[in-house]
Design a protein around this ligand. Structure first.
Ligand code: IMP
Ligand code: MG
Length: 174
C-alpha cells in the first residue's frame, strides 16, 4: 500500500474545523461547567487539538481509547475498551471527538458506554464520514466532510501506525 492523492487539503480541513468550532461555541455558550471534550485515541488527536484551539468556551479534556481488533484497512467490529474515562462525567456536557466514522460500530459502542455514566448531554463531532459503509447508525451533531468509501490516512488517521502526522487527508493506494 502507498500514499495516494490528496482527498481533503490542509486548508480545507483548517477552514472547516474553524466553522465547526464556531458552531460548537455558539451551542455551548450558556453551559455553566466546562464542556468535556472526549477525543478517541489515537486518530482524533489532530482534529481535537485544532478544534479546541478555536473554541470560545471553557473546556476540559478526557480521552478514551479502543481497539477494534484487526489491522490493515478493515475494522473487525469487535470493539474493546483500552482506556476508560478518568473524569466523572455525570451531569456534565460531553462532546465526543472522532476522526472518522466508517461502519459506526466503534462510535456506537463508545457512545453507549459514555451514556451509561449519565452525562447531562452527550454529542458527537466527527471530521470524516463514510456514510456508505454504515452498519450501525450514530447521531452526528457536528460533521466535517462526507467522503467516499475509500481508505484514507493523514491528519491523525493511520495505516499500520503510519501517516498520522500529515496535514492533509490522502487516499491510500495498493
Ligand atoms: P468503524 O467502527 O468502522 O466506524 O471505524 C472505526 C475505526 O476504524 C475508526 O475510528 C478508525 O480508527 C478506523 N478507520 C475506519 N476507516 C478508516 C480510514 O479510512 N482510514 C483510517 N482509519 C479508518
Ligand atoms: Mg478512531
Amino acid at each position: 500500500m502507498k500514499l495516494g492523492r490528496e482527498l481533503v487539503s490542509a486548508d480545507a480541513i483548517q477552514r472547516r474545523v474553524r466553522e465547526m468550532a464556531a458552531e460548537i461555541s455558539r451551542d455551548y455558550a450558556r453551559v455553566d461547567q466546562p464542556l468535556i471534550l472526549l477525543p478517541v485515541l489515537k486518530g482524533s488527536v489532530c482534529f481535537a487539538t485544532d478544534l479546541s484551539r478555536h473554541l470560545e468556551v471553557p473546556v476540559n479534556f478526557d480521552y478514551v481509547a479502543v481497539s477494534s481488533y484487526g489491522s490493515g484497512t478493515e475494522s473487525s467490529g469487535h470493539v474493546q475498551l483500552l482506556k476508560d474515562l478518568t473524569m466523572d462525567v455525570a451531569g456534565r456536557d460531553v462532546l465526543m471527538v472522532e476522526d472518522i466514522i466508517d461502519t459506526g460500530l466503534t462510535t456506537a459502542f463508545l457512545f453507549e458506554h459514555v451514556q451509561r455514566h449519565r452525562p447531562a448531554s452527550l454529542k458527537l463531532s466527527v471530521l470524516l464520514n463514510k456514510e456508505e459503509r454504515r452498519i450501525k447508525p450514530v447521531p452526528i451533531a457536528y460533521k466535517g466532510f462526507d467522503i467516499p468509501n475509500q481508505f484514507v490516512v493523514g491528519y491523525g488517521l493511520d495505516y499500520n501506525e503510519l501517516y498520522r502526522n500529515l496535514t492533509a487527508v490522502h487516499v491510500l493506494e495498493p
